[in-house]
Design a protein around this ligand. Structure first.
Ligand code: HAM
Length: 436
C-alpha cells in the first residue's frame, strides 16, 4: 500500500527502538540542571511573532528567513518557537517570577522550528535542552553556566568537543565596534549579498553570521569586538576566564564567535565538536543577554543561558559509539494455553505490574511455540508457561532466560514470590558490582 504522505522535509521520527536514548539525554539534562538549582519550565510551542522579532532580533537570519509564522483564524500573527530563550523570558516576566528572589533559574527541553536548508545536523524541527538564569550580573554566573554544560557532557559521556569563548561587549562599547565594522564593510558593500547590504545599514554585526561564501570570506577579516571593549566589559571577561581556570574548565578564546541572535551582551560561548566526520558541528551555544528583559518590557534584569541541540548531541554520541542505556526489557512474560490459563495470566501480569515490574502475556492466542519465539524476541528476563497442569498443581516454573535457571513458584502468591526473586537478583548484582 502506498503511503498517502511522508514526514515533512527537515523533520524526523523518533522510533520506539531509539526513544529511550532521547529520554535518557533529556532526563539527565533536567537532573543535571536541577543539581545547579534550575527547575523545569514549559512554555507554549507558539508565541506572538512580535516576541521573537523583539528578542531574537529582526535583522537576524532566524527572524528574517527561518521562522514558521502564520496568521491564526483570529488574524493574529503567531510563530512556532525557533528557540527557547524568548518564551522562557516572556513567561517568567508575565508570571512575576522576576519580582521574586533572584536569580531565578529555569530549564527546558523543547522542540524548535526553523525553516533552514535541511542537512546533517540541521533540521526544520529539532530539540533543545536549555537553561536560563535571570538576575545574575556577576562573572561567577557565566562561569557556572559553562560548568553546567561541562558537567552534563561528562554525565552522558559526551567527549571530543571544545569550548569557544568570547565577549561581544555591552551596548555602549559595541557602538565603537559597530562603527569600525560599518567602515570595514562599506568599502566592500557592492559584493555583499542583498540581505547583508541591508544589514550594513541596520546591524552590521549580523553580516558576521551570513551563510553566503562571499560574505563569510569578507567577514573573516573584519575587526573583532574584543579590541573595542570598555573597561567594565574587559574586567567581566577576565573574571569569567579566571573563574573557569579556577574550576579547571578548558576553553579557547575565539574573538570571531558572535552568535546569530541579537539579544547577547558580553560573554558568548559555543560547544564545538572535534569529531572529524562532524566537521566542527556546533553542539550548543549561549551567553549573557543583560538587555533582553528590558526589551520585553520589564526591569533591568541581567541574565544568561544556553541551548544545546539534542539531535546533534545524539549524532556525536553515536559517531563515537558512546555506550547509552539499553531499552528496558520486559521482566516477565506469561505464556498461556487455554481459556482458564489466559485469565490467570492476566491476573498474574496485573499483580506483578502493581508491584512495579513490567509484565506481558500472550493476548493474540498464539501457539505455545510462537509465544516462546515472541518472548525471546522481546528479550524478556523471565518466562512462565501457564497451562491446565500448572493451574491444577498451583505451581509454575519460572525460567530465567539469561541463565536458563528455573525455580518453582506457588501460583496463589506468585507476585510476592516473583518480587522476592527480583530483589534477590538485584542484591546479587549489587554484590557482584562491588566484588563481594
Ligand atoms: P542557537 O545557537 O541558535 O542558540 O541554538 C542552540 C543550539 O540548537 C545549536 O547550537 C544547535 O546545536 C541547535 N540547533 C540550532 N538550529 C538547529 C537546527 N536547525 N537543527 C538542529 N539543531 C539546531 C539558541 O537557540 C539560544 N536560545 C541559546 C541560548 C539560550 N542562549 C541563551 N540562552
Amino acid at each position: 500500500m502506498a503511503l498517502i504522505t511522508k514526514s515533512v522535509r527537515g523533520t524526523h521520527d523518533v522510533l520506539p527502538t531509539e526513544s529511550h536514548e532521547w529520554r535518557y539525554l533529556e532526563r539527565t539534562a533536567l537532573e543535571t540542571a536541577e543539581s545547579f538549582g534550575y527547575y523545569e519550565i514549559r512554555t507554549p510551542v507558539f508565541e506572538h511573532t512580535e516576541l521573537f522579532e523583539r528578542s531574537v532580533g529582526d535583522t537576524t537570519d532566524v527572524v528574517q528567513k527561518e521562522m514558521y509564522t502564520f496568521f491564526d483564524k483570529g488574524g493574529r500573527s503567531v510563530t512556532l518557537r525557533p528557540e527557547g530563550t524568548a518564551g522562557a523570558a516572556r513567561s517568567c516576566l508575565e508570571h512575576g517570577l522576576l519580582a521574586e528572589a533572584l536569580p531565578q533559574k529555569v530549564s527546558y527541553i523543547t522542540k524548535c522550528y526553523r525553516y533552514e536548508k535541511p542537512q546533517a545536523g540541521r533540521m526544520r524541527e529539532f530539540s533543545q535542552f536549555g537553561v536560563e538564569c535571570f538576575g545574575a550580573a556577576g562573572f561567577a554566573a557565566d562561569a557556572e553556566l559553562v560548568s553546567l554544560v561541562v558537567q552534563y557532557f561528562a554525565q552522558i559521556g559526551l567527549e571530543q568537543y571544545h569550548i569557544e569563548l568570547n565577549t561581544i561587549g555591552c551596548p555602549e562599547c559595541r557602538q565603537n565596534y559597530l562603527t569600525a565594522l560599518r567602515t570595514y564593510f562599506a568599502e566592500q558593500a557592492t559584493v555583499l549579498c542583498a540581505t547583508c547590504q541591508e544589514r550594513l545599514k541596520r546591524n552590521p554585526m549580523r553580516i558576521l553570521d551570513c551563510k553566503s561564501h562571499v560574505c563569510a570570506e569578507i567577514a573573516a577579516k573584519s575587526p573583532v569586538v574584543i579590541d573595542y571593549l570598555c573597561d567594565a566589559c574587559a574586567a567581566h571577561f577576565d573574571g569569567v576566564k579566571q573563574m573557569l581556570d579556577a574550576v579547571e574548565v578548558p576553553y579557547i578564546v575565539n574573538p570571531r564567535v558572535v552568535r546569530g541572535l541579537d539579544y547577547y551582551t558580553r560573554t558568548v560561548f559555543e560547544l564545538v565538536s572535534d569529531v572529524p566526520e562532524l566537521q566542527g558541528l556546533v553542539l550548543g551555544g549561549g551567553g549573557r543577554y543583560d538587555g533582553l528583559i528590558e526589551e520585553l518590557g520589564g526591569q533591568h534584569v541581567p541574565s544568561l543561558g544556553f541551548g544545546l541541540g539534542i539531535d546533534r548531541m545524539l549524532m556525536q554520541l553515536r559517531a563515537l559509539r558512546t555506550p547509552l542505556p539499553e531499552q528496558t526489557k520486559c521482566e516477565l512474560f506469561v505464556a498461556n494455553m487455554g481459556d482458564a490459563a489466559l485469565l490467570r495470566a492476566a491476573q498474574i501480569a496485573a499483580e506483578v505490574r502493581a508491584d512495579g515490574w513490567s509484565a506481558q502475556y500472550d493476548i493474540v492466542g498464539r501457539s505455545l511455540k510462537a509465544q516462546m519465539k515472541y518472548a525471546d524476541k522481546l528479550g524478556v528476563r523471565f518466562l512462565v508457561v501457564l497451562g491446565d497442569e500448572e493451574l491444577r498443581g498451583n505451581q509454575v516454573r519460572l525460567k530465567n532466560m539469561q541463565t536458563g535457571g528455573e525455580e518453582l513458584l506457588p501460583l496463589d502468591c506468585f507476585a510476592e514470590e516473583f518480587e522476592r526473586v527480583m530483589l534477590r537478583l538485584a542484591q546479587e548484582e549489587l554484590e557482584a558490582s562491588f566484588g563481594l
